[in-house]
Design a protein. Structure first.
Length: 131
């Protein structure tokens, strides 16, 4: 935006959204040898992992830019401005073990025992001035 012949105002901004939803199931199953005999049992107890996260990143920059030419050969320039960045992150993870079936993996069907949810979040803000 040109405010006058020698002065202009510049502003920029951006926002980035990221969303993640993850699910992983580990059913119990038997492994067999080539002759049909049982080799071993895998993923015992069975388990399921659920996670989701959200991240919103914002950046904004604004500055004034002044440029003046004197006597067709001398130049004077001045720039003053500021920028702002912000990051907001949230994360949730939970794992359930020993489900009653290998077909349905919802957390309310997991073994009732110690719960180990992981809830995380962070926010970062910074402001920088340009002189």
């Amino acid at each position: 935006l040109k405010l006058c012949d020698d002065l202009k105002f510049v502003a920029q901004g951006g926002v980035k959204f990221e969303f993640m939803d993850d699910k992983k199931t580990n059913p119990t199953f038997n492994e067999y040898n080539w002759d049909g005999s049982l080799f071993g049992i895998r993923n015992s107890p069975n388990s399921a992992y659920f996670a989701n996260s959200r991240n919103i990143y914002k950046i904004f920059t604004a500055y004034l830019d002044y440029n003046k030419t004197f006597f067709d050969k001398h130049q004077f320039g001045l720039m003053v401005g500021a920028s702002h960045e912000e990051n907001d992150y949230q994360d949730q993870k939970v794992t359930g073990y020993n489900f009653a079936s290998n077909e349905i993996f919802t957390l309310n069907l997991a073994d009732i025992g110690p719960c180990d949810p992981i809830l995380e979040g962070s926010a970062t803000r910074s402001t920088r001035n340009i002189w």
